[in-house]
Design a protein. Structure first.
Length: 175
């Protein structure tokens, strides 16, 4: 079972990532339907995921397991946290079996509320490949604005694709 509930809403629970979650994380990140959206091309072992989990305490970000009824479905986090500027970058992924069920959107909104209301953050950014309509829709539903594109920034499925940059300010967030 995942760690204790840190944040929750009517749809998802956000829990600390624990060593026992390494198998779920490795299985999920190795799934072609998930790794394509992250531009992950290298295989990830359970041991590598355990090392990553162990490194989280040294991170300046916040990384949480998305769970539904106590079962893991994905991850969400804030990276590149700059406390003085009040900025961070949002990242998330959901296991392919749980795509399209609103879990990424619910987790994103929950983490945004935490970032803005509890941590006093001012601006959160997120990036998604132009070809990743599902992720771009998550960001749109959470209130992000499209701010621009990094042209041909990524190489996905044998082709160059743009990376679309999105952003949301604290006073734009509506939960």
């Amino acid at each position: 079972m995942p760690g204790p509930v840190f944040l929750e809403n009517e749809t998802v629970e956000l829990r600390p990532i624990e060593p026992e979650d390494a198998s779920f994380l490795a299985e999920t990140i190795n799934d072609p339907r998930v790794r394509r959206s992250l531009s992950s091309v290298d295989p990830h072992s359970v041991a590598e995921e355990e090392e990553w989990i162990e490194s989280l305490g040294e991170s300046d970000g916040i990384h949480l397991l998305i769970a539904v009824d106590g079962e893991p479905v994905g991850t969400v986090g804030l990276n590149h946290v700059h406390e003085r500027f009040g900025t961070a970058e949002l990242g998330y992924y959901v296991a392919a079996a749980h795509h399209g069920q609103g879990y990424a959107t619910a987790a994103t909104r929950l983490l945004l509320r935490h970032a803005f209301e509890e941590r006093g953050m001012h601006r959160i950014t997120a990036k998604a490949f132009a070809t990743n309509e599902g992720s771009r829709r998550v960001l749109e539903k959470a209130g992000f604005e499209e701010e621009g594109a990094l042209r041909e920034d990524a190489f996905v499925d044998g082709e160059r694709v743009d990376t679309v940059v999105h952003g949301i300010l604290a006073d734009e967030f509506e939960d």
